[in-house]
Design a protein around this ligand. Sequence first.
Ligand code: NAP
Length: 281
Amino acid sequence: MNIGIVGLGLIGGSLGLDLRSSGHHVVGVSRQGKTCDTAVALGAVDQASCDLTALASADVVFVCTPIAAIAPTVATLSAILSQDAVITDVGSVKSEIVAAATQCWPNFVGGHPMAGKSEAGIDVAEIQLFKGRPYVLTPLAQTPLTAIAVVRDLVQSLHANLYECSPEIHDRAVAWISHLPVMVSASLIQACMTESDPVVRTQSLQFASSGFRDTSRVGGGNPELGVMMAQYNRSALLHALKGYRNQLDQVTALVEQENWPGLEHLLSQTHTARTQFNGLS
Ligand code: NAP
């Protein structure tokens, strides 16, 4: 298959490495010439260009740019691709993108691989990044079944765990398990930095170990991506943030009241509940 990838960063580059290793011919497009050169050198693409017309003969195009550039990229591609080509994307938010992209390209299938790292860019692209990870497709009722089948097959070839739901359900679900954790983790880092005693602050920086590494990881990630999650999934994120603040108030009250049995009950519930989340058993 001739596959195009627009946006040669962590996700686009990682997809390219996997798709090439499955025998597809991959052409990449990115804004900067030096990103294109690195992608070719790393083996993430067969060839690369800064010009979207390089994708004219693609059968499938993965749009892997930052969220704000996805719909405009699909609009530009609509004047370049052959009519039966399929476009999919990897954006972390779906409702707005899927609505806009489907309007200009009916063969559009929204997608979101649930895999990432705190670093960004082509240099940190990784083969098999998606293996064993959820990969969510968000087709609409009118999305052609042939287009969905093409994207399903490619996602399965990545050895990802395929899920399908509406864009709205996707956005509400990821607000809880992806976008809220970014804001909570960032707030944790920021709160630690507000310690006014310089000795305590210095020591806390030195004593931080595995627990802090785990809980601060997503808050120390790509700032641009975090802002776009909030901008494009604002209402679902606000709902999750309010739910979290309510929960934090309950924990604060238990500690203030020295209600240790109540706190133990809560922590026993979360000890069990955590195992219900994918991959955390
Ligand atoms: P990234 O590493 O920063 O890569 C994005 C790349 O897109 C950049 O390297 C940039 O390359 C290129 N680019 C930017 N604007 C462009 C444009 N207008 N046209 C063509 N290329 C453009 O970001 P990422 O983490 O791969 O994220 C990309 C997408 O994946 C986002 O939509 C994000 O929501 C989604 N996603 C991210 C994660 C994650 O954890 N990181 C997980 C799942 C999904 P140049 O150097 O050439 O400008």
